[in-house]
Design a protein around this ligand. Structure first.
Ligand code: RUQ
Ligand code: CUA
Length: 678
């Protein structure tokens, strides 16, 4: 794929048309020479040059502004699907404008979308995420994965994991709504998810802090024998738009703390690679004063941990023949994985974190948090070492391949390397947490001539993940990179001691020589994130999602949970209220600007089943349905139907109203819910 120069010329033109370039140069010349062009010098008035001068904008500021500004009414070229961190949600952000387009309710109730506030379908999806019957209404979302076809994002689905509780969710990009949440029945926390195989047959969820299966109690003194690591492969049924839990399976792993994973692609398709740490089997410092070693030291003592190399294609068959049932999940026992040749280890330096597969699938790039290098392994060499049985068993009997025999290259980048992304020009980008920078480095053959560091650009500050346009696919776009920084320190107004995280947009269009100080990269924009701590994000061409997305539901009476018309949906003309014993069932329609019917009277203690359909079909004609005191707020998007069920436990008068400003008579879109005392 050595196509550097051809791509670059094409791309520069895309970002800055020739006419724009000339205009900008004139502008910059005027700004920098102090020539105000005869206009008034004011931050808010005068010519563009005047404004630039009055605001003290540098040439770099002006070029950054021109590259990020998306004129009113125009749309962004890319979308970022970002984890919402502790918010338990997924953020949708436009690139290059960095405008927030939506927060998709996933694991946490989200009132604007009526997610978890009375709409039965949303309540049921949130209930799927219960842990042993307990509601868990927050999540630590980490890694979104866009669905892929032939290794390329197809814009149809997004998956996301909850590290805190070992859950996985499915979001359909036709309506940007969460359709399913799965609680992993064998693990209580995860990290190496979600990642998808090149045709999205499997959604990968790797474990993290080992526990006994099903997080049952076992004393920590039995750590080596009773605690287990795991990786779960969730089978995705694309036509159903759901994960099929019954066809999914897991592999039992040693109680090393599995970390991030990635799926092989092209030459390595059918294989999966996961990192681990705490191969020391540290169990913490124990009782205060006992002199034991804290996890921080105990779990980072060895020079090497193990990359897990997993033959997924083969594991599918072994799961069927040798899998055992644990809490309803089919699990391949560790010994079966060893006997069948499903699992190999590769030593990886110093507390590894990210594992990222090159676009062609040839190499696995590992970052050791405490090693200044990235370590690159060759898939071919791994296969050769497996064939030659060039291994030593670890303490659980898993074959550990010889490090030197599978190593392709090591490149010294700087301190604290974490995650790597790729462009289409043969460069890789690695986040350096301790350096607070992004390193740009060249890949060796077949991408370029030599494995070598090109340079770095500072980011602000303490970067975790980074995302490049289509950067996890077989065909990355380059162009834009976003640094997902953990700390912002002095970048923004300090809204109290809890500071926002900071997304920084970086232009990676130019060659390293164009700006040697930053290896050709230019910082364009800071976007503070004041909700949760995002970890990872993926960036897709907006057109691909536009091909699938609905702006109104296809038919009136649409049920988003079944993605079909609900035969029981209220329709214009059949609105009614039916009492059946202590149950009152209501069929109500919503249209600008009224509810039909708009007065409902029940008795205290009645069961209320309230069906609603928004019969408006114009774009964006969303109506709300909020009932005070009862914690009810439903969002009914054009065509949508929903059902709310509750017991009328409180008597009184409850004016319900439309919580979306939908028309000039929106305030009049209201009704009375009267609950007579018994
Ligand atoms: S992880 S940076 Cu899930 Cu690296 Cu957070
Ligand atoms: Cu409908 Cu406001």
């Amino acid at each position: 794929m050595p196509r550097r120069s051809a791509w670059r010329v094409g791309r520069s033109k895309l970002i800055l048309g020739v006419g724009v370039v000339i205009a900008v140069m004139a502008l910059i010349a005027a700004a920098c020479s102090g020539d105000d062009g005869g206009g008034e010098s004011s931050a808010l008035g005068g010519s563009a040059a005047d404004i630039a001068q009055a605001r003290g904008l540098t040439e770099a500021d002006i070029s950054a502004a021109l590259k990020t500004y998306v004129p009113s009414g125009q749309q962004d070229e890319y979308l970022i699907f970002s984890s919402g961190g502790h918010a338990g949600q997924v953020f949708v952000i436009g690139v290059p404008s960095m405008r927030l387009l939506k927060t998709i309710g996933v694991f946490t109730p989200e009132p604007w979308q009526g997610w978890g506030y009375g709409d039965q379908d949303t309540m049921e999806i949130l209930e799927q995420g219960r842990v042993d019957g307990n509601d868990v209404l927050w999540a630590d979302t980490h890694h979104p994965a866009l669905s892929e076809t032939d290794g390329d994002y197809d814009g149809e689905f997004v998956f996301i994991n909850d590290k805190a509780n070992a859950r996985v969710a499915v979001i359909d990009l036709r309506d940007f709504e969460t359709k399913q949440i799965l609680k992993n029945p064998i693990a209580i926390n995860d990290h190496g998810g979600t990642f998808v195989t090149p045709n999205t047959e499997w959604v990968i969820e790797g474990g993290q802090y080992a526990t006994p299966n099903g997080w049952e109690y076992a004393p920590i003194s039995e750590y080596e024998s009773e605690y287990k690591g795991m990786v779960t492969f969730w089978k995705f049924d694309r036509s159903a738009g759901r994960i099929d839990a019954d066809s999914s399976f897991a592999m039992e792993l040693p109680p090393y703390w599995q970390d991030l994973c990635d799926a092989g692609k092209l030459v390595s398709e059918g294989w999966v690679f996961c990192n681990s740490f705490n191969t020391e089997l540290a169990t913490g410092s124990g009782d205060v004063g006992s002199g034991g070693e804290a996890f921080e030291a105990g779990a980072s003592a060895r020079d090497n941990d193990y990359m897990h190399v997993i033959n997924l294609d083969k594991a599918v068959g072994v799961a069927a023949s040798k899998g055992v049932d644990i809490n309803g999940m089919t699990v391949i026992p560790l010994q079966a994985s060893i006997d069948e040749g499903l699992l190999y280890f590769v030593p990886e330096p110093k507390s590894p974190h990210g594992v990222d597969i090159t676009p062609g699938g040839e190499y696995m790039v590992i970052s050791g948090k405490l090693d200044p290098h990235v370590t690159v392994y060759s898939f071919d060499k791994i296969q050769d070492a497996i064939a030659a049985q060039n291994w030593q068993p670890d303490q659980y009997g898993v074959p550990v391949l010889d490090f030197d025999s599978v190593l392709e290259a090591q490149v010294e980048l700087g301190l604290g390397p974490l995650h790597t992304q790729f462009d289409g020009d043969g460069y890789a980008y690695t986040s350096l947490f301790l350096n607070s920078s992004v390193a740009r480095w060249s890949l060796g053959p077949p991408y370029g001539d030599e494995w070598k560091l090109e340079g770095e650009i500072p980011v602000h500050y303490n970067i975790g993940h980074l995302v490049a346009a289509e950067g996890d696919t077989v065909d990355p776009d380059g162009r834009y990179l976003v640094a997902l920084n953990k700390w912002s320190i002095d970048r923004f107004f300090p809204p109290g001691p809890l500071l926002p995280q900071n997304f920084q947009l970086i232009d990676i269009t130019e060659a390293p020589e164009a700006a040697p100080d930053t290896a050709g990269m230019q910082l364009l924009y800071d976007m503070p994130i004041g909700v949760g701590e995002p970890h990872y994000a993926q960036m897709i061409k907006a057109d691909k999602v536009l091909d699938h997305v609905w702006e109104v539901y296809p038919e009136i009476g649409w049920d988003p949970s079944t993605m079909s018309v609900d035969p029981n949906a209220p329709m214009a003309g059949n609105e009614r209220v039916v009492r059946n014993g202590d149950t009152v069932e209501i069929w109500m329609t919503l249209v600008r600007s009224h509810y039909t019917p708009d007065r409902i009277e029940v008795k205290a203690g009645d069961r209320v089943i309230w069906h609603l359909t928004n019969i408006d079909t114009s774009k964006d004609a969303t109506h709300g349905f909020s009932v005070p005191g009862y914690n009810i707020n439903v969002s009914l998007e054009p065509g949508e139907t929903a059902t709310v069920e509750f017991d009328a436990t409180m008597d009184g008068v409850f004016p319900f109203y439309c919580s979306e400003f939908c028309s000039a008579l929106h305030l009049e879109m209201a009704g009375y819910f009267l609950v007579a005392p018994e």
